[in-house]
Ligand binder design. Structure first.
Ligand SMILES: C[S@@+](CC[C@H](N)C(=O)[O-])C[C@H]1O[C@@H](n2cnc3c(N)ncnc32)[C@H](O)[C@@H]1O
Length: 179
C-alpha cells in the first residue's frame, strides 16, 4: 500500500500528517465512508486520495460561527476532482440532519467507516456518535478526532468514553472502535 497525503497536507487544517496517514490507511479498503466535519478538506482528501471509496461529507459550513461561506467555497475547490469523478457527496447541513438523511436514503449498516470531526462539544459529539452508529455495518470502523484534554476538547473524550468506553487510539488524537 503506497499512501500519499501530500495533497491533503497542502490544504489548511489542524490534523497532523500522522493522523492523515492513519485515515488514509483505514480508508484504503473501504467502499462507503461518512465524514462529519470537513472544513477545507484535509481529512477528506487523505481518504479520497488513498481509496476508491465514495465519501459523504457532512458539514454545516457557515452555520457554526467557526466557519464561513468562504470556507465552503475553498472546500469545494479543493475536492472538485472527486466531485467530478462522482466519488464525493457533499451534505451542507448540521450533522444530525445529515445523518438522518443518510439513514433514510441508504438504510442501516450501509457504511464501512465513519470519521467524526465536527462540533467538539459534548452534546454534539454524543449526538454524532448515536446518529452514525446505525449507519455502520458489523465490523465497521467508528472513529474521530481530538480525543484529548490537552487540546482543550474535554467534551469529545467525555462523550466517547461514556458511549463507547475507553476507545482505541490512532495516530495523533484519533480515537476508534470497531462496531
Ligand atoms: C475541526 S473542523 C474539521 C477539520 C477537518 N476534518 C480537517 O481535516 O481539516 C470542524 C468542522 O465541523 C463543522 N461543524 C461544526 N459543528 C457542526 C455541526 N453541528 N454540524 C455539521 N458541521 C459542523 C465546522 O463547520 C468545521 O468545518
Amino acid at each position: 500500500m503506497n499512501l500519499d497525503v501530500s495533497q491533503a497536507m497542502s490544504v489548511h487544517g489542524e490534523m497532523g500528517e500522522h493522523a492523515a496517514l492513519w485515515l488514509a490507511h483505514h480508508a484504503y479498503p473501504c467502499s462507503h465512508i461518512v465524514e462529519i466535519g470537513s472544513l477545507h478538506g484535509r481529512s477528506a482528501l487523505a481518504m479520497l486520495a488513498n481509496s476508491d471509496a465514495h465519501l459523504w461529507c457532512i458539514d454545516a459550513w457557515g452555520e457554526p460561527s467557526t466557519t464561513t461561506l468562504e470556507d465552503y467555497e475553498i472546500f469545494l475547490e479543493n475536492v472538485s476532482p472527486y466531485v467530478e469523478e462522482g466519488r464525493l457527496t457533499v451534505l451542507r447541513t448540521h450533522s444530525h440532519l445529515g445523518l438522518a438523511s443518510l439513514l433514510e436514503d441508504y438504510g442501516k449498516e450501509s457504511f464501512d467507516m465513519v470519521f467524526i470531526d465536527g462540533g467538539h462539544d459534548y452534546d454534539t459529539v454524543k449526538g454524532d456518535i448515536l446518529g452514525c452508529r446505525p449507519l455502520l455495518r458489523e465490523g465497521g470502523l467508528l472513529s474521530g478526532h481530538d480525543y484529548s484534554h490537552r487540546k482543550g476538547h474535554p467534551g469529545v473524550k467525555k462523550a466517547v468514553d461514556e458511549l463507547l468506553g475507553p476507545p482505541n487510539r490512532g495516530a495523533g488524537s484519533i480515537w476508534w472502535v470497531m462496531v
